[in-house]
Design a binder for this molecule. Structure first.
Ligand SMILES: Nc1ncnc2c1ncn2[C@@H]1O[C@H](COP(=O)(O)OP(=O)(O)OP(=O)(O)O)[C@@H](O)[C@H]1O
Length: 571
């Protein structure tokens, strides 16, 4: 793992969230209108109590007044609560829609990221961003949304109410506000780093777990269980330490909040005393002011507490947006030659993994539309890398690559997804009929799979498929996707074996009527192609038809006679 995926800055995060909420502006206006109205209705209660205090003091309050006020307060409380509930529901809907949009874009972008970038960061990083981080942002909703919406509106409306009552009350509270602001600033300055460290530790733990699981066979084979256990333990301990640091910060915030709360109540009490003493306010007025401040303290304190969750959610959000805003491969796009239709054109292509040596060097290759080219070469010659560069999985380090828009690849690592056979096939074409699925399986000669019902569960825990069947399934999927260019970099099958024959038939079906690039692990595949190129140490050293290369007596001719001996021996 050499470099983590990028994390968006605050400005980038805000810009992206604003962009993602573009379709929800009307709902946002509704949140504002209903929020302000319901908070304003809530002002009736402190005003009514203050008015009642003055009537009681003046001795003019009777039972009728008290009952009327009580009824008014009850109605306003009910209206206020209903309005707040509607505000929260509306805001929550917007939040989740925006999050769903973001998640879709994250998956879309994550799947299209250059493989090198993901490998350099470690797959755990991407997995953690699309799982832990999405969960953190989604889980924050019930805590954050009610408080954020209520607090924002309560602060604005209550400060307005205090000012309308007697401006010194508003000033008294405003004077103490900096104490809250200072507490918040301290927290915001120290918090993100602590939460980021917590999330990074979680990513590292996820990475260690993924690696241990992926390399399960190696871990068992080399007796590395104890060592992996220790590595995961260390990573988990780092998460525990970072989580403790985050919780300690929260406790320190509590202390600062208590001081601010005490100061704001004292300030309004003192101002109330002075105003009453000078005849500028009544006891009822001071009561209303105290109630308004008390009403403010709750949401402000809650805001401070959810800032904890908010910080954590923001840290996760910036990590998600960091992936979403990774530029699409501009370099790759600029290197793309003009649209090649269904043809493939490589011009002086070079490729290296990270800072490693050149794996492909000066590759110029033309595959006309509908033609089939085989790539052969020794292990490590760069065949799979060339396939990946042509497929657009790796952008070239130099040169240009032009390929058809619709390109499908079957690689050596075939994954059978946990689900039904139908799920595995319709991945490529969601609306394919059962008839289409059967036809595709029939075309690749997957008779054993055809014997199974399409609802048969396969993949982890399902009906086991042999390697050959998994390969046939992948080729049937390619047939259904019907791409203009098919790139086959399949696993090797023993020369001359039944498997080899079956796979040759399946590949043949998959390549019919389209442009094809075959990484020919079986030379029987190469012989059936229009042209063959031989790759040695990342460079093309021979090119021609099968007959031409056999006649030339070079590397291909030697390999071909060895293969034929293998077929003879094996068959
Ligand atoms: N992800 C990677 N990171 C770094 N180096 C790599 C990576 N994948 C392949 N290589 C190196 O690139 C070179 C070419 O590998 P590649 O897999 O393309 O060869 P190949 O001809 O397909 O071999 P094989 O027939 O064994 O699959 C090798 O030296 C290999 O070690």
């Amino acid at each position: 793992m050499t470099g983590a995926l990028p994390v968006a800055t605050g400005r980038e995060t805000a810009r992206e969230v604003w962009r993602l909420s573009r379709g929800h502006r009307r709902q946002l206006v509704a949140v504002g209108v209903v929020g302000i109205a319901s908070t304003a209705v809530g002002l009736v209660v402190p005003a009514a109590i203050g008015w009642l205090v003055d009537r009681v003091q003046a001795g003019t309050a009777d039972l009728g007044t008290v009952l009327t006020l009580t009824a008014i307060m009850m109605v306003s409380a009910i209206l206020g609560a209903a309005g707040t509930a509607v505000t929260i529901v509306l805001a929550t809907r917007v939040y989740h829609s925006v999050l769903a949009n973001l998640r879709e874009r994250l998956v879309e972008r994550g799947l299209a990221l250059p493989q090198q970038l993901v490998e350099a960061a470690g797959t755990g990083d991407l997995i953690s961003r699309s799982s832990d981080d999405v969960t953190a942002v989604a889980d924050a909703a019930p805590a954050v949304i009610p408080v954020l919406t209520v607090t924002a509106f309560t602060i604005v409306v209550s400060l307005g109410g205090l000012a309308a009552l007697e401006w010194p009350y508003a000033v008294a509270f405003a004077v103490v506000l900096p104490v809250y602001v200072l507490a918040l600033r301290w927290y915001l300055r120290a918090g993100p780093a602590v939460y980021r460290a917590e999330r990074t530790a979680m990513s590292a733990r996820a990475q260690q777990l993924v690696e241990s699981q992926r390399g399960f066979a190696t871990v068992l084979g080399f007796g590395l269980g104890e060592q992996r256990h220790r590595t995961v333990l260390t990573a988990s301990w780092a998460v525990a330490v970072q989580s403790l640091r985050a919780r300690a910060m929260q406790s320190m915030l509590n202390g600062r909040l208590n001081v601010a709360e005490c100061l704001s109540l004292a300030a309004v009490l003192v101002v109330g005393f002075v105003l009453i003493d000078n005849g500028a306010s009544t006891v009822g007025g001071a009561t209303t002011a105290m109630l308004l401040v008390l009403r403010l303290l709750g949401p402000v304190n809650q805001l401070m507490f959810v800032i904890d969750t908010l910080q954590s959610a923001l840290a996760s959000l910036s990590r998600m947006i960091g992936v979403v805003t990774i530029p699409t491969f501009a370099a790759d796009e600029t290197r793309q030659a003009a649209d090649a239709g269904a043809a493939v054109r490589l011009q002086e292509v070079a490729f290296r993994y990270d800072d490693g040596p050149l794996v492909l060097d000066d590759i110029t290759l033309d595959i006309p539309s509908g033609h089939r080219v085989a790539v052969v070469g020794a292990s490590g010659a760069g065949k799979s890398t060339l396939a990946a560069v042509i497929a657009g999985i790796h952008p070239p380090s130099a040169g240009t690559v032009a390929r058809p828009d619709s390109t499908a690849v079957v690689t050596q690592e075939i994954h059978v997804f946990a689900g039904t056979l139908r799920d595995n096939l319709t991945l490529a074409v969601p609306d394919a009929s059962d008839h289409d699925l059967h036809a595709a399986l029939g075309a690749v000669g997957a008779t054993a799979i055809l014997d199974l019902a399409l609802d048969t569960l396969v993949g982890v825990g399902g009906h086991p498929l042999t390697d050959v069947q998994a390969q046939q399934l992948a080729l049937a999927r390619l047939l259904l996707a019907d791409p203009e260019l098919a790139i086959l970099d399949e696993a090797t099958a023993e020369a001359g074996s039944t498997h080899s024959g079956l796979l040759d038939l399946a590949s043949e079906a998959a390549l019919t009527r389209r442009t094809g690039l075959v990484i020919a692990h079986r030379l029987s595949q190469a012989a059936a192609c229009d042209r063959i190129i031989v790759l040695e140490h990342g460079r093309i050293t021979e090119t021609g038809t099968h007959a031409e290369l056999v006649a030339a007596g070079g590397v291909y001719a030697t390999a071909w006679s060895a293969w034929q001996e293998g077929v003879g021996g094996g068959g």
